[in-house]
Design a protein around this ligand. Structure first.
Ligand code: HEM
Length: 189
């Protein structure tokens, strides 16, 4: 099944990404530091969603509108008086030229909702920020996060039944993680 293969083949990048982000969370001392982390996500996911929008829509993924993250990130940043930085573009982003590549990129974005629940708890503990004050992105789908993930996995398996299609989705997911890692490192300079 694609969902098992993609999890195994992106594991290395997931671990790297998680490590960088946990480091940032641990050194977070103020709301401004947290807003800086949100800016990083806004810039990358914001640019990535513009590419995904060219291939995925409510016709081929009925709840796609709920799954977009740019508006939630912008709202959180506005609540916390952060900036809306420029979005990633060109070589800062992976190649997304068709539906399969778009689903590979969306896999990375959707998967981030699973870690988001943990991050949300860390932010609440460290900074005392409560719901409604800038946690909507990391809270994701709240209680519905597990269901939304299972539904997404089913869709992923359905759109890429052949080996060649699966290889294309997996390559795009790895490329999306890799560029995000580079983006986070660049943002930290
Ligand atoms: C502090 C940071 C993070 C933590 C603690 C974390 C933690 C987790 C956890 C607990 C899971 C569920 C694993 C399972 O149930 O099998 C998960 C899955 C996942 N996470 Fe993260 N995560 C973090 C950051 C991220 C970020 C920033 C991204 C994307 C940019 C991401 C992408 C994914 C993906 C794609 C999956 C799904 C793996 C699968 O196919 O089952 N994670 N993460």
């Amino acid at each position: 099944m694609l969902t098992e293969k993609i999890k195994a083949t992106t594991l290395q990048y997931h671990q790297e990404t998680e490590k960088i982000l946990v480091g940032k969370m641990k050194s977070m001392r103020s709301v401004a530091d947290y807003a800086h982390i949100l800016e990083l996500f806004y810039g990358y996911f914001g640019g990535l969603e513009l590419l995904i929008d060219k291939h995925i829509n409510t016709q081929n993924l009925p709840d796609y509108t709920d799954r977009r993250k740019t508006a939630a990130l912008a709202n959180d940043l506005t609540n916390l008086k952060g900036n809306l930085p420029p979005k990633a573009e060109d070589t800062e982003l992976p190649q997304i030229n068709n539906l399969l590549q778009a689903f590979g990129a969306l896999y990375v974005i959707e998967g981030s909702t699973l870690g988001g629940k943990i991050i949300s708890k860390m932010v609440q503990q460290h900074l005392g920020i409560t719901d409604g004050q800038g946690l909507s992105f990391f809270n994701g789908y709240g209680e519905d996060t597990g269901n939304k993930w299972v539904q997404f996995q089913q869709k992923l398996n359905a759109i890429a039944p052949t080996e060649a299609q699966q290889t294309e989705v997996i390559a795009a997911a790895n490329n999306t993680f890799e560029k995000f890692r580079d983006w986070m490192v660049k943002f930290s300079d």
